[in-house]
Design a protein around this ligand. Sequence first.
Ligand SMILES: NC(=O)c1ccc[n+]([C@@H]2O[C@H](COP(=O)([O-])OP(=O)(O)OC[C@H]3O[C@@H](n4cnc5c(N)ncnc54)[C@H](O)[C@@H]3O)[C@@H](O)[C@H]2O)c1
Length: 356
Amino acid sequence: MRIAIIGYGGMGNFHYEKAFARYNNTEPDELIECAGIYDISEERCEFARGLGLRVFGSAEEIFADRSIEAVVIATPNDIHLPYVLAAAKAGKHIIVEKPAGLGLDEVKRMYDAAEAAGVLFTPHQNRRWDDDYITVKELISKGSLGECYRIESRVMGANGIPGEWRKVAAQGGGMMLDWGVHLIDQMLGFIKEEVTSVYCTYSYRAGEEVDDGFALEVGFKSGKTYRVVVDTNSFVELPRWQLYCDDGTAVVTDWHNFKVEGRSVRCLVRKDDKLEGVSAGNGFTKTMARRRSETVEVLPLDVVRGDKTAFYRNFVEAVRGREALTIKRGEIERVFKLMELAKLSSDTREVIKESF
Ligand SMILES: NC(=O)c1ccc[n+]([C@@H]2O[C@H](COP(=O)([O-])OP(=O)(O)OC[C@H]3O[C@@H](n4cnc5c(N)ncnc54)[C@H](O)[C@@H]3O)[C@@H](O)[C@H]2O)c1
């Protein structure tokens, strides 16, 4: 399958060098061939030539090339929409980088255009296959910690907002669109229930016009809550995941470089008659005293690896009509709706009570 890449920055290159290559290494029946790239930056074009890739003179040239079946759009976020509309019109199947668009309206227009043209359209929500995410999801579904009533999902850096366009609102900058879209997509895949409330505060500590982080709390119909924190000014990291369950707690403390480090702690004895209190601060507490080791069981995480080739295998199979796309329109629209309610909540400082 010949696929061209429009926008050959960090992520455009990832698609060619990592995603296509990993998929091809699985020796599928049908390989993916990079038909070429287009980028407005001569420097990026030169880089692509250095990798032996064909560089097209314009996106239109790609759209006009009948040997190309699909395109990957990996430009800054504000240019996704025009390229998606043009690609659909040209009859190309489309992979668009996340966030698919700047808002729900744009996303609907993209799906409508693809449906009208009879082409497949999918945002690249690759973090559905992250090892840490799959590991905690599996842990909860096995039920060994009982029911999970609160989840905290965090990503914390100390390097500010990267690059130039991510700092510009009109280009779709800000951490909600950058990371929120991934972590909310994960959340809605984790808790398959109606959302009933949204509360969010964006932070603007870096003095840019876009958010450099946010804290989002989502309530679900059963009473479960899910908190997402993104911060770009955290010099000390809290766990990537913390799962509060009826019979125990789990944390993922490291998720960099394909590690998934953490533990789960399961309660063996609910009421510890030998519990002694501790001095804590200017006081004394039994409630917050640590558990005696005899009353709990500490287990390493059973790490489950996400399939890093699943996205492209599904795309190829879907284009050939052998399976449906994994990433569904309704799921993406729900993520965008939630992001819009988060912004509304942050602007008004109100809990938004809406069921969807
Ligand atoms: N899925 C993920 O894990 C992931 C990770 C990083 C970035 N992304 C997404 O990928 C997209 C690109 O991000 P990036 O980090 O690669 O940014 P980047 O700045 O590294 O690359 C963007 C590229 O697009 C080019 N470009 C700009 N305007 C263009 C135009 N009109 N036509 C063609 N090319 C144009 C730029 O010259 C640049 O080379 C964004 O949507 C981003 O959110 C996704």
